[in-house]
Design a protein around this ligand. Structure first.
Ligand code: ADP
Length: 159
């Protein structure tokens, strides 16, 4: 069985992430969407909130599991017997960093390969950071995230 891991912060999940999940789930037998539980990144949403947002919006894909992890991705991938890491590439700015991480991971564990999917054009501009920036000013985020998540996101900015 081909098990892949799609790691990220998903703070919050966007249409870009959901598109990546739907597309990569077609390539592998099982896709584990794994939220990095890294407090150093100072996330807006707790890991529990991010799990529930992902379950709500990507739970319809049958071969997808939603989970979270601490520590090194490559160790977690080995622990769950994943042999593929999926990452998205939006622009050349993503590339240099992603290439370095992928090469480092190959040195640490050559049994695990990274596969990059290029972003769908309509989501090439989209990031969780953009969503938070627009939401913090009360702007319209309906083009960025599924509508059931919108109240939860605005709620974080009510003073
Ligand atoms: P990280 O902090 O690990 O970059 P993100 O949640 O920002 O976590 O992104 C997780 C993964 O999803 C990354 O591989 C990123 O490149 C990809 N991704 C994020 N936004 C998009 C998008 N709009 N289109 C395609 N891939 C995306």
């Amino acid at each position: 069985m081909k098990r892949a891991i799609y790691p990220g912060s998903f703070d919050p999940v966007t249409f870009g992430h959901i598109d990546m999940i739907e597309r990569s789930a077609k390539i592998v037998d099982e896709l584990v969407v794994a939220i990095l539980n890294n407090s150093a990144k100072n996330p807006l949403f707790s890991v529990e909130e991010r799990v529930s947002m992902l379950k709500e919006t990507a739970g319809h894909v049958p071969n997808v599991k939603i989970t979270f992890f601490d520590g090194l991705l490559i160790d977690y991938a080995r622990n769950i017997d994943a042999t593929i890491i999926i990452r998205g590439l939006r622009a050349v700015t993503d590339f240099e960093y992603e290439l370095q991480i992928a090469q480092t991971n190959r040195i640490v564990n050559s049994g695990i390969d990274t596969i990059f999917l290029t972003t769908s054009l309509e989501y090439a501009y989209l990031s969780s950071t953009i969503v938070k920036e627009v939401a913090s000013y009360g702007g319209d985020i309906s083009h960025f995230v599924p509508k059931q998540l919108i109240p939860q996101i605005y709620e974080k900015y009510i003073r």
